[in-house]
Design a protein around this ligand. Sequence first.
Ligand code: PLP
Length: 398
Amino acid sequence: MSLFSAVEMAPRDPILGLNEAFNADTRQNKVNLGVGVYYNEEGRIPLLRAVAAAEMARLELNAPRGYLPIDGIASYDMAVQGLLFGADSALVADGRVVTTQALGGTGALKIGADFLKRMLPNAVVAITNPSWENHRALFEAAGFPVQNYSYYDAASHGIDRAGMLEDLNSLPPRSIVVLHACCHNPTGVDLQPEDWKQILEVLRANDHVPFIDIAYQGFGDSIEEDAAAVRLFAESGMSFFVSSSFSKSFSLYGERVGALSMVTQSRDESARVLSQIKRVIRTNYSNPPTHGATVVSAVLNNAELRTMWETELGEMRTRIQDMRLTMVRQLAEKGAKQDFSFVAKQRGMFSYSGLTTEQVERLRVEFGVYAIGTGRICAAALNHNNLDHVTDAIVQVL
Ligand code: PLP
């Protein structure tokens, strides 16, 4: 018997499968709304001007590529803290925030999960229903049982507030609760300031561990407003985790630039936490890559480049919002039998469109419009060239 003869085929990633089907489709007017990336008006992943400028400057330096410290580039970690907690955060000044560079938001979640498993081996992890599919997989792979808590209410295209608070209240004390700071993936439906306050109280009362995932800062309302939940927890005095990512906000998907931050109770706790986090990283991939974080740090720490980046991020956000509004308007003009105005209220790259699995199937088969079976579409993949075809198709399948 050969070494690998008993290895079973792992289930296919449904989104990658969709991409393969899309690539094999020969129709000229096909549209892929199943993706999880931002495309510009020309249908391409943009290289931001601020990124290109920082990359040119780096190239000219002919910099050596030695190993980075285990927790990454210090100026990068500090810039991350500024974005998350605010430029003049008292917590940061008091040494109560530990930040380490990570391999994208996914890598941050993974380091955090592995560290938590050592600290709280018997804890339960709770994620929104539904959530980004990798949340469950990541925490399960770290050895935790993962449960859903109520979140999305399909009937109202909103939040199931009562169910959410009840579920969070009935978790075992000291459960780990994963929260989406903004631009909820996959629904696009975010919590309101009042919801956050209530969640905070429930988490505090139950001694739960907040794990805030922020992968789309700047795609909702603004860089500052999208960090409101992080700032609220920072003010609460609780200890918590934050995983953050520049994949989308810098359009640096393949460079794997993210960070894990932990808010502790003291400088001394921070030092101990960092020492343990470094152990997790050391035995995992030793130290992070140089390029992406160097570029992000250069942009965030240079006034001119930073302004350029904020402008470009604003352009991406506005373009998506424009696509949402135009889609809603076109659907109404074309006589759609349903009201889609809720799509304009959603935030970030994704939208739970309300389309059923059967309607999504017809979109693909009859019109070459690819979406996820749950009805999730990527609003950031719409543009003025493909929108007409997409809304025509949607009206046909309703
Ligand atoms: N968290 C959420 C909610 C996401 O949607 C994503 C990416 O899609 C990530 C984390 C991971 O981001 P990254 O690509 O930086 O690993």
